[in-house]
Design a protein around this ligand. Structure first.
Ligand SMILES: *Cc1c(COP(=O)(O)O)cnc(C)c1O
Length: 556
């Protein structure tokens, strides 16, 4: 039996010291250093963290009986990192998952240590200012009036879309906060918009069936003619429109919707249909927002010396992203193209008064003091919101500046350009997001001798090629699996697979292999090894398929 006081002594050691105590502080820092060192040992040439002693770590199902100690519990949790992709590895190109910068990590760390809660001013103090200042910085960056706009951090890009749609719902159907939805209300979004359009409509009570999904053009942006037609039909039927979501950088292919046209169509319809509200336009720019660092880049002068092709790609995207300020609200994921840890997402609203549509009564939260200048507890869906997110975001804004982000984005796009060039050499490989100019490259591989571009065009448009599409979908899955296994062994790039980057014109999913360059450490020689690896994979897969066919029992 141990006396509780002796255990309490040990428990105290597990907390950082509340008053300055250099010895204890040193212990804390040392613990962090040792942890990092410990994880560093899991690294190899592969873009994943390995297993200690090549052993499967222990699993836990029950809370232990007794208090353990700091070292042991940390040791246990580091084991959970085994198998995780190292996002900053030059060969890690799986998705829009960023490596995180040192200042943003420290932003998270001090947020974790001092633990501000952004529910109200008492629990967040000046960290609340970080939230407001990041909002202002972003408003100015994308072209909102920083004095008129307001921002808040929320639970991911999904959360930013959620807020946009909710405010739009309240505009379209005033009073739903009290009454719930009493009439049919729809949301517009493109086919390649993020799937959160469905979850949000489901959770808000709008209903997934009430998401009007607009087909996309071959550049993966919303077809505005169909949009206009559907919007008119909707309004003519007297149905209310909660939100029009313009995706500014789609997840898979970096398609950018024509916001200006969507905006103009909306305005014309408000007049023509004599609407008593203005359907809310939310720009889902969680990926694309960062291209606004190029809003005032002089592309003809090109002071940073990007290559001509990269320059063209950057300016093409920047030209569209420049329209962001037309949206009534936008979403920003720092944890994607801002290079901070998860989760750090900013919902930015053009007109501050719109936020009042979400207000609960102040009496409903008696235990949290709300300041006149800062009262998130009244309008946020969340109660507790951690302060690490705005601290990390602010750290990166101040670290990179416009120029830093221009350089990093320019490099990533340059690497994607390099990859495309080296893929294009091969007749049996084709890039399928040719008109999208981010750092993501989607491509399909075909058997040796097949003209990939012609075959792909047929598969995309001609229902007679449905079987061929499916067969080659499977081929690409197998090729990807081989590349992935090789990458795990430290041989070549780690790519990913998207099961449906878009549908064919006759409604079948199109599989593509994806390279998403997100690491500043990725270099041209690294991406140029990818085509050879693909051809190697193709040869292995085709040989396997052939021998399986030979072994298969006769079906005749
Ligand atoms: C990633 C993404 C989302 C969802 O963001 P989370 O942070 O994962 O919730 C929404 N829209 C787009 C375009 C995205 O790429």
């Amino acid at each position: 039996m141990s006396d509780y006081k002796s255990i309490l002594e040990k428990i105290r050691l597990a907390f950082p010291t509340p008053t300055s105590d250099k010895v204890h502080e040193a212990y804390f820092i040392h613990t962090i250093l040792r942890t990092l060192d410990h994880v560093d040992d899991l690294k190899s040439s592969a873009p994943v963290l390995g297993f200690r002693n090549n052993q499967e770590p222990q699993s836990w199902n029950e809370i232990p009986e007794n208090f353990s100690n700091v070292e042991w519990s940390i040791h246990q949790i580091t084991e959970y990192l085994s198998g995780l992709t190292i996002w900053g590895h030059p060969n890690a190109q799986t998705n829009v998952v960023p490596p995180t910068t040192i200042p943003s990590i420290v932003g998270n760390l001090i947020g974790a240590i001092y633990n501000p809660n952004m529910v109200g001013i008492d629990y967040s103090s000046r960290v609340a200012k970080a939230e407001q200042e990041v909002s202002k910085i972003c408003a100015n960056l994308i072209g909102y009036d920083a004095e008129q706009s307001v921002g808040l951090f929320t639970f991911g890009g999904t959360g930013t879309n959620f807020y946009g749609t909710k405010i739009g719902l309240e505009k379209a159907c005033p009073g739903t906060l009290q009454t719930g939805i009493t009439q049919k209300t729809v949301v517009f979004a493109s086919e390649t918009a993020h799937y959160c359009k469905l979850s949000i409509s489901a959770w808000l009570g709008i209903g997934m069936n009430n998401v009007v999904i607009i087909p996309t053009n071959e550049n993966n942006s919303m077809d505005v003619q169909i949009f206009e037609q559907k919007l008119r039909e909707t309004l003519a039927a007297g149905t209310r429109v909660a939100a029009i979501v313009a995706t500014m950088g789609t997840t898979d292919s970096f398609g950018i919707d024509p916001l200006q046209e969507i905006h103009d169509i909306r305005n014309r319809c408000v007049e023509e249909f004599n609407l008593d509200y203005r359907p809310h336009i939310h720009a889902d720019s969680v990926i694309g927002w960062i291209w606004s660092v190029f809003n005032d880049y002089d592309f003809s002068k090109n002071s940073l010396g990007f290559s001509i092709r990269t320059l063209r790609r950057l300016s093409d995207s920047a030209r569209r992203i420049k329209q962001l300020h037309l949206a009534d609200s936008i979403g920003i994921d720092f944890h994607k193209t801002g290079f901070t840890p998860y989760t750090s997402s900013l919902f930015l609203l053009k007109n501050r008064p719109d936020l009042e549509l979400l207000n609960r009564s102040e009496e409903s939260i008696p235990y949290i003091k709300q300041d006149k200048s800062y009262c998130p507890g009244i309008y946020t869906l969340e109660a507790s919101r951690g302060g690490a997110a705005p601290l990390a975001a602010m750290a990166n804004m101040l670290l990179f500046g416009k120029e830093g982000y221009q350089v990093l984005l320019g490099h990533l796009v340059e690497m994607a350009e390099n990859l495309r060039e080296s893929l294009e050499v091969h007749g049996n490989i084709t890039c399928v997001n040719s008109y999208n100019y981010g750092s993501v490259t989607l491509f399909r591989v075909y058997p040796e001798g097949v003209d990939a571009e012609t075959m792909f065009q047929n598969e995309m448009r001609n229902p007679e090629y449905a079987a061929s599409l499916e067969k080659h979908n499977e081929l690409n899955r197998l090729v990807h699996d081989y590349i992935y296994r090789e990458a795990l062994e430290g041989r070549g790039a780690m790519l990913s697979l998207t099961e449906n980057y878009r549908s064919s014109s006759y409604g079948k999913p199109i599989v593509a292999i994806k390279s998403y360059v997100m690491s500043p450490f990725t270099t041209a020689p690294v991406v140029q090894t990818i085509p050879a690896k693909i051809l190697e994979a193709l040869a292995v897969v085709q040989a396997e398929l052939k021998s399986q066919a030979l072994l298969a029992p006769e079906t005749a």
